[in-house]
Design a protein around this ligand. Sequence first.
Ligand code: DAH
Length: 339
Amino acid sequence: MVNMDTIKSEYQAELALVTDAKQLGEFWTKYLSKSGQIQKLMGGIKSVPKEEKKAYGQAVNDVKNWAQARYEEKKAEMDRQAMMARYEQETIDVTLPASSVAAGNLHPLTSMKYEMINVFAGMGFEIFEGPEIEDDDHNFTRLNVLKDHPSRDMQDTFWLTEDLLLRTHTSPGQIRVMDAKKPPIKVLVPGKVFRSDSDATHSPMFTQMEGLVVDDHITLGDLQGMLDQFVKAIFSDEAKTRLRPSYFPFTEPSVEVDVSCFKCGGKGCSLCKGTGWIEVLGGGIVNNKVLENCGIDSFRYSGLAFGIGIERIAMLKYGINHMGKLFENDIEFLKQFKA
Ligand code: DAH
């Protein structure tokens, strides 16, 4: 008869030699599978004398249970060791410096635009954005910049067809707003504009912010009051404005607006070229013809308008001497504007 103890010690010795999952699988096939040695022990019952069959069956069952239990123990131990090895390998040294993720920042023109919008939003302005491709009517004619009038030469235009063009300023936004809405009107029109012009202070594409207020009794005093608040918020608490007579076809009277030099406080320096003043924008009282072109009664209502170059304000505020810098996307330059 088969000696169960021999089988057990062989089984145990071989199991002890198993060191990895592959060997454990082979071991299982050899001993515990249907055709494995332990299973086959039951087959031996045929050659066992009748009176011993019961005891033999019992012994085989004991061995089977014992073998299965040893196998489970071994497997559990190997799983535990594999897990420990993984823990060991995946250990994180929390004292190491973290690898930092470089965060981006807003482009200086974008943050300048937001800053400007914020100031005017605080005075109750709404935002309107018009199309970058405009027609002659909105960009020129209804703004009182008539065909063949020399004032058209003030803006070198990119024409797309006889009638269509890349808008040369945000002023056509005034026409679109007044077509859509009647007074009281208080809007800002920020956006890209295009002119065939390029040097240190000009770029073929740049951005403007138009302002338009139409209501009862709007005067040049309202314009200056608003712009005073604007320059104080953007440049310095001490900043103030000065209006100089100028000419724009869409305003009458028209003004050029200067800000007192925020660098020298008005004494005269290189930034203000010794004058104490820096030109920042154009504006005026909306020409009656423009109001009438939009079906607004110019006897009842009056308006103020202004147009600000966003690059110009950013260049002054940050001391940037070449407009191209704002469009080159040079990371080292842009990083300086991280808040
Ligand atoms: N559209 C003018 C330009 O681009 C700027 C301007 C001047 C806008 C006077 C205005 C204004 O609304 O009243 O040169």
